[in-house]
Design a protein around this ligand. Structure first.
Ligand code: SF4
Length: 426
């Protein structure tokens, strides 16, 4: 979502007549689009911003410095107190105000802040500046109403606000006309799309059926889902729609019911497994991804063993595993962060090892198979093209860069720990 927000902001700035530089010392404007999901991400940005302050904020050049993204919403005015060289703070729901805020700063030379709690859908999506020419992110819903106890998102991005189907379809048609082949529909919880606007009569699966009609869009993905909102209609859409890829990010977060309750994930492991089973019955070749947090407050060895057990049982193709870090303003902050860092790290490594073994076995199973890939780019050095299967596996194969942006068939002959290697069959 942050990557897309950066592209949206870049589009507005280019439209305003600015040009982009990769040289920070030459820039007249520096924007830090921040993330608050983990403590480490925040500390990195604060460190970098502090460094700029010490350097006199590249002051000789008088660069304007802005902080955008979740940290802007989480820290608001306090950012000006800690970092007096910051010129503006712009929250996640105020991206559309970027140019007017910049003009205000240039005119008044005073610190300026806009951090609304609710997203107002007035963005110019068509102006989005994308570096990638094959794949594009498309935002369909912002915010989250779930309030998991560890998560800062409902406080930084606010309540769920769906984007109108007409606006989404207009952008998708525009992308198709520009030659884009794959779109990833984005939201903190795409599965609750349309719930805040019942009069549209368009739920997430309805939207997918409409997008599937657009000529030129070969692949549609979506990210991310809350297991409770994954419906049978969505599973059937994955089975029936030619464009919709058979990969579902289905975050479990923890394998113990006690921890899930404490996380306020509003499902039990049994309910989660029931959905996984239903999905695998409807879409037998589906690949699953997950997020897992280890070391949540009070997590015992027994709780953690449960997580290991379900990781082995469910066999995810992709896993994002994190050690818990308390986030200010979340309900989990009221519990002592009682799992020592070294225990968290040990659990994280153990879970990673389980995942890596399973992922390696899954790649081995692909040897000798022929797969359809979308060619995304060329490796910086060498003769290989980079591509992905519908199940999101990375595939490299020797080929001409003219193939970038096309669907090809590749026979897999070997693999490394995370990548399949093959040759073109056509
Ligand atoms: S569903 Fe996702 S975004 Fe929403 S509160 Fe839970 S973890 Fe955060």
């Amino acid at each position: 979502m942050n990557e897309l927000d950066t592209e949206l902001m870049m589009g507005q700035l280019l439209k305003r007549g600015l040009t982009r530089t990769d040289d920070e010392t030459a820039a007249d404007l520096l924007i830090f689009n921040t993330c608050s999901i983990r403590d480490l991400a925040e500390r990195k940005v604060m460190g970098k911003l502090g460094q700029l302050g010490m350097l006199g904020r590249i002051k000789q050049r008088r660069a304007v410095i802005g902080v955008t993204g979740c940290m802007a919403n989480a820290k608001k005015e306090s950012l000006f107190r800690k970092l007096p060289h910051v010129d503006f703070v712009l929250g996640t729901n105020n991206i559309a105000d970027l140019v007017s805020v910049l003009d205000e700063v240039l005119e008044t030379n005073k610190p300026t802040i806009r951090t609304e709690d609710r997203f107002e859908d007035n963005l110019d999506y068509i102006a989005t500046h994308r570096e990638d020419k094959v794949k594009a992110f498309v935002s369909i819903i912002r915010g989250c109403d779930k309030f998991c106890t560890y998560c800062v998102v409902p406080y930084t991005r606010g309540a769920e606000v769906s984007r109108s189907p007409d606006s989404v379809l207009e952008e998708c048609r525009h992308l198709a006309s520009q030659g884009y082949k794959e779109i990833t529909l984005l939201g903190q919880n795409v599965n609750s799309y349309g719930n805040d606007q019942p009069e549209w009569g368009c739920k997430f699966h309805d939207l997918l059926y409409k997008i599937d009609q657009i000529e030129g869009i070969e692949r549609v993905r979506f990210m991310t889902s809350h297991p409770v909102d994954i419906t049978k209609q969505l599973m059937e859409a994955i089975r029936d729609l030619p464009s919709l890829c058979e990969f579902v990010h289905f975050p479990l977060q923890a394998g113990s019911n006690r921890i899930l309750r404490k996380m306020h994930r509003i499902y039990t492991v049994e309910q989660y497994l029931e959905k996984v089973q239903m999905l695998r019955e409807i879409v037998p070749n589906v690949a699953l991804g997950t997020d897992i947090i280890v070391g949540f407050p009070t997590e015992t060895e027994e709780d953690f063993e449960e997580t290991c057990r379900w990781m082995k049982e469910i066999r995810y193709a992709v896993s994002f595993i994190f050690a818990y870090s308390p986030r200010k303003g979340t309900p989990a902050m009221r519990w002592i962060d009682d799992i020592p860092e070294e225990v968290k790290q040990k659990r994280l490594q153990r879970l990673l090892a389980i995942h890596n073994t399973i992922a390696a076995e899954q790649l081995q199973d692909m040897l000798g198979q022929e797969v359809e890939v979308l060619v995304e780019s060329k490796q910086t050095e060498g003769i290989y093209l980079k591509s992905r299967t519908r199940l999101w596996q990375k595939v490299i194969f020797p080929g001409d860069e003219l193939l970038i942006g096309s669907l090809q068939r590749v026979k897999i002959h070997s693999c490394s720990s995370q990548t399949l290697v093959g040759t073109l069959t056509n």
